[in-house]
Structures are given as C-alpha cells and as structure tokens.
Design a binder for this molecule. Structure first.
Ligand code: DGY
Length: 323
C-alpha cells in the first residue's frame, strides 16, 4: 500500500518525525522558515495531512488550492488560525491539542500575574542598569496577590487551573465570567463565583484573560472595558492577541487608568505594538505560556497521533469538526 504524504509545517522534535515517518511520507520544515501563504499552498500540493502551529492560516482559498488535503492537525489548543466552517464544508478535519497543556499554561498565567503585580521585570531592568543604590520604602512597591480578588474571563480548563491556583494556593477571592456557568461541583472545586462581565471588570484586582479568540471575542477588552477597571488593577492576557485592543491598552497603561499588564500574546504577533514596548508597567513575553519541553513534547505527539489516528486508522484523537 502506498503511504500517504503529509507536511510538517514547522520544526518539531526528532522523535515526532520518526514516529510520523513510520506511517507516512513526510516533508518537513525542520529549518523552521516562516512560509508565506503561497509557499504553504505549494508545499501542500499532493499532501493528505498537515501538522500546523497557530502561525499557519488554513482558510477557504488554501483548501480550494489543495484538494487532496484531508486533515489539519494543529499543535495548539487554540485554533483561530483555522476557518473551521470552510474546512467542514470541504470535508477537511481539524484537530487541536487540548488537556496536555492545561497545567503548564495555568502555571505560566499565574507566573505572569505575579511578575506583573510585583513589578519583577521592571525592577530587574533597574538593577541590571546599575541604578540600585539604596533600599527605599516604596521602591517598586506593587500589588498584593494573596488575599486579593482574582477575575477570570473565560473559564475553560486553563481558566479553572488558574482559579485553583489562586483560591487554594494564594487565598484569593475568585470570580469569573464565561459564556456558560460551571457546574456547582466545579465552582466549588475552583472556589469560583460567577459574575457578570461588568462586575468582573469593576471588582477584579487581577484580571486574567483565558477565553478563545473568535469574532465575538475580538477586542473584548477595549477602552470602555479598561475604563471600568480599578486604577490599581493588573490585566494578564495568555489567550490570544485580538482579544485586547492593544492601542487602547497602551493608552490606559500610559494614563495609569490601570496599574499594569502582563501580555504573552499580541495583535498581529510576532509584531508588538510600539506603544507597549515603550512602557515600563507592562511585562511582555513572546507567546510561551505552553512552553516547557515535556508539554511541547506532548503537544507534538498529540498532533502526530491525530494524523496517524485519522489517516492510518480512521479515528482522530481530538477532532474539532465533523468531517
Ligand atoms: C495554544 O496551544 O493555543 C497556544 O497558544 C500555542 O502555543
């Protein structure tokens, strides 16, 4: 039987390639070049499957140009780079990598919250620049995390992980807003109280965004929402860039409308709004919330398992859409 051909659109671990090569003919972008949409289209000719990251856009035009493509396996839990409706309409399966990154990403969300509230990067830059010459009572005084009110917008698995860390580890009063309420059991486990979005914005000392990006969540946090937040509040975004209006956020941070922000994701990344780069009350990281080696190994393996499960055995592990 001839093996199906697949494309691995970015660099992955050698063991992932070895595994895939046991089942498929594999073309791989191990040099990790960023391909243009036209290059991706060309590379996908004759391929039955592709392993993508969140950086490769799969849309109607690409699918129409690659009629042999049957499955796109995203190595990410988020899949806003996929036009799922266009895929479904053409009988192309999408898969993602839920669960395996939940705790790692929640760890990072909490680390970013702490670094932001306690001004860790700002104070480190000050020290490295040789500016530290005395102890001072209010030097880099930040906001308390323990005992404060933690607001979570988007209460999926990662949101729940952050709630547990806040409630059980730091004695925080946890409130959340989500499209749907958690079950009473899950609310009790996370010690989290459901509130309206307005109450969330107005009450949170630290607001963490963990909702998926979609048309409805585009600029869910803009000037009007930032204006509702406490001037002492911190905002943390580990979800997707387009959820926050970065220009409005930079303005709010400049005006001290809110105290600080921690951002792992950006509108139009890897570009970062220049106004954010110019501010000291924002902690900026390059989309690394899921980046630990064990977790990235699990994400790569799950994406590969989806390709093998579907193309070689007819059963994907974590499908997003009916074929
Ligand atoms: C995800 O899994 O969606 C992450 O953002 C990718 O790194």
């Amino acid at each position: 039987m001839t093996q199906a051909s697949i494309l691995v659109a970015r660099a992955v671990f050698p063991e992932t390639l070895d595994f895939l090569r046991r089942h498929f003919e594999v073309e791989n972008n191990q040099a990790d070049a960023i391909w243009s949409p036209a290059e991706l289209r060309q590379k996908l000719q004759g391929k039955a499957g592709v392993l993508t990251t969140g950086s490769e856009r799969i849309d109607a035009a690409l699918l129409d140009a690659c009629p042999q493509l049957k499955i796109c396996a995203n190595m990410a839990v988020g899949f806003n780079n996929f036009d799922v409706a266009a895929m479904t309409a053409r009988g192309v399966l999408g898969t993602n990598t839920p669960d395996v990154l939940t705790e790692t990403t929640a760890d990072f969300g909490f680390a970013l919250l702490m670094a932001t509230a306690r001004r860790m990067t700002e104070s480190e830059h000050f020290l490295r620049a040789g500016q530290w010459n005395k102890w001072a009572i209010d030097m880099f005084a930040g906001a308390d995390v323990h005992g404060s009110t933690l607001g979570i917008l988007g209460m999926g698995r990662i949101g729940q992980g952050i709630a547990r860390r806040g409630a059980h580890g730091f004695g925080m009063n946890v409130i959340y807003h989500n499209r749907s309420r958690l079950s009473p059991e899950l609310e009790a486990e996370c010690k989290a109280r459901y509130v309206s979005k307005d109450e969330l914005l107005q009450t949170a000392d630290h607001l963490v965004l963990v909702l998926p990006y979609a048309a409805e969540s585009h600029h869910a946090i803009g000037a009007a929402e930032l204006a509702q937040m406490k001037p002492t509040a911190t905002l943390v975004n580990i979800a997707r860039g387009g959820i926050v209006d970065d220009a409005a956020l930079a303005q709010a941070l400049r005006d001290k409308r809110i105290a600080a922000a921690g951002l792992d994701v950006f509108e139009g990344e890897p570009k970062v709004h220049p106004d954010l780069l110019a501010l000291s009350n924002v902690v900026l990281t390059p989309h690394i919330a899921s980046a630990t080696i064990p977790t990235r190994r699990k994400m790569a393996q799950l994406a590969a398992d989806n390709l093998v499960g579907f193309l070689a055995q007819g059963q994907p592990v974590t499908p997003l859409n009916p074929e």
